[in-house]
Design a protein around this ligand. Structure first.
Ligand code: SF4
Length: 81
């Protein structure tokens, strides 16, 4: 007999996961297919970049270091007065 969870995925509402979902904690297996617990269409989540619910990948945060010369900064500040 099918479990309730398996029935949920076999109804056809849930699309199987895409390659990029591999390794995510939200992937569940049902009837030999892999589905996402959270999204019906995992493919759509990856169309515009990284899936925001992915547990295995995080978007890269680009940190830009702006170097400030303290002397010049002090001069600029005093000019403003
Ligand atoms: S949460 Fe995102 S990455 Fe994880 S299985 Fe679902 S769609 Fe794929």
């Amino acid at each position: 007999m099918q479990s309730q969870a398996e029935a949920k995925y076999s109804e056809g509402k849930f699309q199987p996961i895409v390659e990029k979902c591999e390794g995510c904690d939200r992937v569940v297996e049902a009837e030999g297919n892999k589905y996402c617990q959270t999204y019906l269409y995992p493919q759509a989540k990856w169309r515009v970049g990284i899936c925001n619910f992915a547990t295995h990948q995080k978007p890269e945060i680009i940190v830009t270091n702006v170097k400030v010369n303290p002397l010049k900064a002090a001069k600029r500040a005093s000019k403003g007065k």
